[in-house]
Write a protein that binds this ligand. Structure first.
Ligand code: HEC
Length: 274
């Protein structure tokens, strides 16, 4: 009896949470799960789950249909979609990726608790709700090389952004070398969800540029080792290794370090948010 009550209250809390939508710094609307299901019907979808290294089935709503319904005309010219999570994790995903591949806002696992054990982050047990963004990597196998990037859980807000306007402190000057450009894009895809540059980025891990840039503090060889395999340096760290599924890992990490080195020359005191 007690267990039934606990489960019931868990489910009602998870579904009561509204998902808020913003576009270019303006609030648009918040939706309950029931209201989202009216925008686009829910279905069960099975994907390869990179955090658990196994196939998993989720109950989910197609993301693109939701974006089209909520953002309307704005969606056609969208640059990036920024996701905000309960714990401060804040990844930004190019809108083009949602146009090319199929993503889903999942809200449950049929017949199972909506949790997972994150093998990429020290086997942390994680609550996925209220929403977890999953990609249909069974229909689009090319997505498997992306690993767990662009897959935020505990999503509470979704915002349409013009990336360089929204995150000027993370953006290197327009005149940038091709390597710095590649590193900037890779940092956005793999690091900014947790880390900030000049205060811009996610709130889950430390600032990497201000006042002392991390490349001024740590030797390149240690930085490279840390990014490729953090647990080889700190056995209990929750920082995930840079995407193990990327065939060009070593080169990408070099590019990220080139971007970080460039940002030494562009320090800006972080502006307090709110
Ligand atoms: C899921 C969150 C997360 C992601 C993604 C992430 N990190 Fe981290 N990072 C952390 C945490 C947490 C720490 C602090 C060490 C700890 O507590 O384990 C850290 C520490 C670091 C440090 C050491 C900072 C210091 O001052 O000691 C560097 C450098 C770093 N991360 C770089 C990166 C880079 C580069 C990427 C992208 C390839 C990245 N991180 C992606 C969470 C993350």
């Amino acid at each position: 009896m007690r267990i039934v009550l606990v489960l019931f209250s868990f489910v009602s809390v998870a579904t009561a949470q509204e998902l808020s939508f913003r576009a270019h710094d303006k609030e648009i609307q918040s939706f309950s799960l029931e209201a989202l299901k009216k925008l686009a019907p829910a279905k069960d979808i099975t994907v390869y789950e990179p955090h658990e290294k196994a196939k998993v089935t989720y109950s989910a709503i197609p993301a693109r249909a939701v974006f089209e319904a909520v953002f309307k005309e704005d969606w056609k010219e969208a640059d990036e979609i920024l996701f905000t999570c309960e714990d401060g994790y804040q990844p930004s995903v190019p809108a083009a990726k949602f146009k090319k591949y199929a993503a889903y806002l999942s809200f449950a696992k049929p017949g199972k608790p909506f949790t997972m054990v994150n093998k990429l982050q020290n086997n942390e047990k994680i609550e996925l709700g209220p929403y977890y963004l999953v990609w249909d990597n069974e229909t689009f196998p090319a997505l498997k090389a992306e690993g767990a990037s662009d897959s935020p859980y505990q999503v509470v807000a979704i915002e349409l952004v013009d990336f360089e306007k929204r995150f000027p402190g993370m953006t290197p000057p327009k005149k940038r070398s091709p390597q710095v450009e590649r590193g900037f894009l890779a940092f956005r895809k793999n690091c900014m969800a947790c880390h900030t540059i000049n205060g811009d980025g996610g709130g889950k891990a430390v600032e990497l540029n201000y006042p002392v840039n991390i490349t001024e503090m740590l030797k390149t060889s240690w930085l490279r080792k840390w990014i490729l395999d953090p647990t080889s340096i700190r056995f209990n760290t929750t920082m995930p290794a840079y995407n193990p599924a990327d065939p060009k890992r070593e080169e990408t990490v070099k590019d990220i370090l080139a971007y970080l080195r460039e940002m030494r020359r562009h320090k800006r005191k972080p502006v307090p948010k709110d």
